[in-house]
Design a binder for this molecule. Structure first.
Ligand SMILES: [Zn+2]
Length: 139
């Protein structure tokens, strides 16, 4: 489940009435790149999520902050929580990631910009900066 690696811990409870109401605590480890040097680092991500599964055609609970999914009450043998788990963990991923608090970035000594791996690194840093720029919007 990209970018998460290893086991994802899921705990919580489900209340069953005319629909399913999940209260989930999720914990997983994601591999992300350091914003300054591009090194791969592990980030532990935790999320508290509230999700409803409502039979198709039925009115679910309202509210802007409520995640509601539907299922086929006659066909479904099980509820697939995969997307729920992935989406909520992705949302919980921090925007800023540093390998160390005082990471100094890429060592420029002996820096060979033409090395393919350095090109790839620059490319990924560039993409990341562009992405942040887009998210921040015009200043
Ligand atoms: Zn770093």
């Amino acid at each position: 489940m990209e970018p998460f690696v290893g086991k994802i811990e899921i705990s919580g409870k489900v209340e069953v009435s005319e629909y399913f109401h999940f209260l989930l605590r999720l914990k997983g480890v994601a591999i992300v790149n350091c914003d300054r040097c591009g090194k791969e680092i592990d980030r532990t991500v935790e999320s508290d999520s509230e999700v409803f599964f409502v039979p198709e055609g039925m009115e679910g609970p309202g509210g802007d902050f409520v995640e509601v999914f539907t299922y086929d009450p006659h066909g479904a043998q099980e509820l697939d929580l995969t997307d729920v788990v992935r989406d909520n963990l992705l949302l919980a991923l921090p925007m800023k990631n540093l390998c160390e608090e005082d990471c100094v970035g890429i060592a420029t000594e002996h820096w060979e910009p033409d090395e393919p791996e350095n090109k790839a690194l620059l490319r990924s840093l560039y993409d990341k900066l562009r992405e942040q720029e887009m998210n921040d919007g015009p200043k």
